[in-house]
Ligand binder design. Structure first.
Ligand SMILES: Cc1ncc(COP(=O)(O)O)c(C=O)c1O
Length: 391
């Protein structure tokens, strides 16, 4: 009866796609100790600002833990919202220049809950081809018709909007949904071209700022980067990457937040985050509201890394973000390249299908504000050797 498990695992292995959890002991924001006791430099994490080890976040979490204990015990609508949520959501709304904010337990749950509750059978969703899996799953769950447009291709999006009539009366809706910064490519959605299309065709516009929060627009995300904060209806982002905690947020109008509070099943039917988690996220938002110094440092580090890779003859796409893909092609080759770097004490992601399209397996380098210039220059040099097959 369970032979399908082995068959499936054999197939995954034969394709060079097998994955397993590896235990790494974090030493600080950018270093881990591996199982053999070796200290490694990490360029695979989304800890973009290095805030996981910032004293203000740690203190906030410790104080919350001591005052309120470890867990929340129930869903927010059952036991009442923790007072820390009120502070966090008020601060998030102010930071993003939005009317209100709502917190979800993860980014995955936010996307599934937002899209799944807003859209329904008979509605149309226009979704970028490289959107994150959680957006794809939210679209599928909604039952709406999904129209995937080629990555960042606004001419194609316009044509699809023109050619796909909305049938079934005025209650039917269109949604355009896109990552703000694409998680595996590091490029930025062209919101300056998408916003006018959303307006022209009466579509709701949703942006996933998981990799733009704390990164673009002085930390405030992709819409701020383009000066279009008031033109994007739904801005979703995570608290787990640059903000160094866990969970996700959505910002928008008070009506939108009221609707999601009542309709988003992944919000309603899940136990609230722990007080320490909310406190850490809030400390991160407070810190970034006061100063964008770390965000600037991240941008400068990302530019430095791209420059150093170029000096090594390693091609990377032109983008200001800290996500730097180096396309290798084959699955095994990508894993081997990451393994060679690993021997040097450098951890980078080897990203394979289904996370990226077949034939586009890659090394995914993520730069942090906490990396030193020496570490970045050394890493670029080692990557150059591996890519040129000199190691
Ligand atoms: C673009 C994007 N959206 C959503 C998520 C999901 O967020 P979380 O890890 O908090 O579930 C991720 C990554 O994790 C992501 O990269």
């Amino acid at each position: 009866m369970f032979s399908f498990l082995q068959n499936s695992l054999d197939e995954i292995k034969s394709l060079g796609l097998y994955r397993e959890n590896k235990t790494w002991d974090p030493l600080d924001a950018t270093h881990v100790r591996d199982p053999e006791g070796k200290t490694c430099l990490v360029l695979a994490s989304n800890n973009y600002l290095g805030l996981t080890h910032h004293p203000e976040l740690i203190n906030a979490a410790v104080q919350a833990l001591q005052r309120w204990g470890t867990g929340s015990g129930s869903a927010r609508l059952i036991t009442g919202s923790h007072p820390l949520y009120e502070t966090l959501e008020r601060n998030l709304a102010a930071y993003k220049s939005a009317e209100e904010a709502l917190t979800f337990n993860t980014g995955y749950m936010a996307n599934v809950g937002i899209i799944g509750s807003l859209m329904t059978k008979g509605d149309l969703i226009f979704s970028d081809a490289l959107n994150h899996a959680s957006i794809i799953d939210g679209c599928r769950l909604s039952g709406a018709k999904i129209i995937v447009y080629p990555h960042c291709d606004t001419d194609a999006l316009k044509k699809l909007l023109q050619d796909t009539p909305l049938e079934g009366g005025s209650s039917r809706k269109r949604l355009i949904v896109t990552d703000g910064v694409f998680s595996m490519d590091g490029d930025i959605a062209p919101l300056d071209r998408i916003v006018p299309l959303a307006q022209k065709y009466g579509a709701i516009l949703m942006v996933d700022d998981a990799h733009a929060t704390g990164v673009l627009g002085r930390g405030r995300g992709t819409a701020h980067h383009f000066g279009l904060a008031d033109k994007v209806d739904i801005q979703m982002g995570t608290l787990s990457k640059a903000l160094a905690s866990e969970g996700a947020y959505v910002t928008g109008s008070s009506k939108l937040i009221g609707y999601l509070t009542n309709k988003a099943r992944s919000f309603i039917f899940s136990t609230a985050l722990s007080p320490a988690t909310i406190a850490a996220a809030n400390a991160a938002v407070s810190l970034l509201s006061k100063s964008d110094e770390l965000v600037q440092q991240l941008g400068a580090n990302a530019a430095f890394m791209r420059e150093k890779l170029a000096e090594q003859g390693v091609k990377t796409p032109d983008s200001p973000t800290p996500i730097i893909p180096i396309i290798i092609g084959g699955n095994r080759e990508a894993v081997e390249a990451a393994a060679s770097l690993r021997e040097e004490g450098i951890i980078v992601g080897a990203i394979r299908p289904p996370t990226v399209p077949a034939g586009q397996s890659r090394l995914r380098i993520t730069v942090s504000a906490a990396h030193s210039r020496e570490e970045l220059a050394w890493t670029a040099e080692r990557i150059g050797l591996v890519i040129r097959n000199e190691k």
